[in-house]
Ligand binder design. Structure first.
Ligand code: EPZ
Length: 421
């Protein structure tokens, strides 16, 4: 039986909450262990399901993963046991594709099924830009009945243009190119903060990457990478999620600590527009109650634009704004479907098309029995439940715990009435 959250809404939300290390940075660092025979240490690691799956993947591939404390992971090489990525793990998280390039570069081949993860794209989320990139670097790609088989005697540097900006695609090809022969130039790259952070760590391992965090990245291949220690950057999506929760609850002062407010400029610009009171510190943000939340349209955009991963909490916020807001989701195809559940809770939302909803607020929300469809929709339902009247039950919380550590403890610390059963 799956676990559920039971949330009694309407409690004041106030106090302090600490942000954990970035999930979407963590998942990209585990596979680097495949590219060196020296140990890798990672700190500020979030204790979440997706990271446990990434650890299991390394163990399945013959590495040893140990912990010397909460959030501190050490990975060492024992022996390479196989070049097949275990389907049961690949199915569970999209970032499993980050293991493909390092195996291809070091073993010359890799087999894997289509990666899983949040069901937020049309059908399964495509991997064409990864495959095209590996082909440009000299790999042969075979599409088998239930899997892909990639092989290459030697990967070679190449110039690769991404037809569409892709975060993990940029990270995957940038990482793989470190062990390819010659120079790789990646164009139209994603610029999310996790990318320069990953490049900086790879450079301490001996890689030669320039331009990460800009649209053009140049990588000079090296023969070997060393080990090293990496401290993950704070999770900007957690930061934004908690800031939006504080704004939606609008009931007390909330201090969000251990974060990097510089990674969320698009959110602060929106807060200016809709009248949320906030104060940025160097590593913290304080949200204070406001008289009235105003509506504002939003269009999700690649970094430094407004993050798609914050669209669902922002949509909940707009149910409490005084007026109409248009939410336009441009990155993922199915990310607005969860608004149906907000409507069931009493929100006034009209879907114009699968990429656009119009929210008319403010609406009183009421408790319902809900099922979390995916990670970010799930956390949005948690936020909605925290301001709803009555006791909301949210099922399928594995999807939420994939990305948020100790959610019950941390939200309880802010005064929420939330239990896991
Ligand atoms: C990353 O996904 C994040 N995941 C996502 O966060 C985030 O929503 C997304 O970037 C956008 O910011 C991780 O970092 C693990 P993309 P990613 O490739 O890299 C299309 C969360 O909730 N595309 O930038 O998989 C794709 O379908 C997760 O934490 C292709 O068409 O996203 C999408 O429309 C969910 N072909 C667009 O590009 C490809 O080969 C951008 O996706 C690859 C992607």
């Amino acid at each position: 039986m799956s676990q559920k959250f039971i949330i009694n809404g309407g409690r004041p939300i106030e106090g302090a909450i600490k942000v954990k290390g970035a999930k979407n940075a963590a998942l990209k660092v585990f596979p680097l262990a495949l590219m060196t025979s020296e140990p890798i240490g990672i700190s500020n690691m979030p204790e979440i399901e997706d990271c446990y799956r990434a650890e299991e993947m390394l163990v399945a591939l013959g590495h040893e993963v140990s912990r010397s404390g909460k959030g501190v992971v050490e990975i060492s090489y024992k022996s390479r046991t196989c070049v097949n990525l275990p389907p049961g793990l690949v199915n569970k998280f999209r970032a499993s594709i980050m293991f493909v390039g390092p195996l291809l570069a070091t073993c010359g081949e890799v087999c894997f099924p289509h990666p899983g993860g949040c069901v937020i794209g049309a059908g399964t989320r495509p991997i064409d830009m990864f495959l095209d990139g590996f082909v440009k670097m000299g790999a042969k790609v075979e599409v088998l009945e239930n899997s892909y088989r990639l092989s290459a005697k030697k990967l070679k540097g190449a110039t690769i243009f991404f037809p569409k900006i892709t975060v993990t695609g940029t990270e995957s090809l940038m990482t793989t190119a470190c062990l390819a022969e010659g120079i790789t130039i990646l164009k139209n790259c994603a610029m999310e903060p996790e990318i320069p952070a990953l490049a900086e760590f790879l450079n301490t391992m001996g890689a030669k990457i320039a331009g990460a965090g800009t649209p053009v990245i140049k990588i000079e291949g090296v023969k070997k990478l060393r080990g090293g220690n990496y401290m993950l950057i704070p999770d900007r999506i957690e930061t934004g999620t908690f800031a939006i929760l504080a704004a939606v609850a609008n009931s007390g002062e909330v201090l969000i600590e251990n974060c990097n407010p510089g990674h969320l400029e698009a959110l602060w610009a929106l807060f200016d527009k809709i009248g949320v009171n906030y104060k940025l510190g160097q590593n913290s943000v304080k949200i204070s109650p406001t008289k009235k939340i105003l509506p504002s349209n939003v269009v999700t955009h690649e970094y430094p634009g407004f993050a798609t991963d914050l669209q669902s909490p922002y949509t909940v916020l707009m149910t409490q704004a005084h007026g109409l807001s248009l939410i336009h989701e441009t990155i993922h195809d199915r990310r607005l479907l969860f608004t149906d559940m907000l409507t069931q809770m009493g929100a006034n939302i009209i879907m114009a098309d699968p990429h656009r909803v119009v929210v008319s607020g403010p609406s009183k929300l009421y408790a319902r029995k809900l099922i979390s469809p995916d990670l970010r929709a799930g956390i949005a339902l948690v936020i909605a439940a925290l301001i709803a009247e009555g006791s909301t039950e949210i099922d399928n919380i594995y999807q939420i715990e994939r990305g948020y550590e100790d959610l019950v403890e941390r939200l309880t610390g802010l005064g929420a009435d939330i239990k896991k059963v």
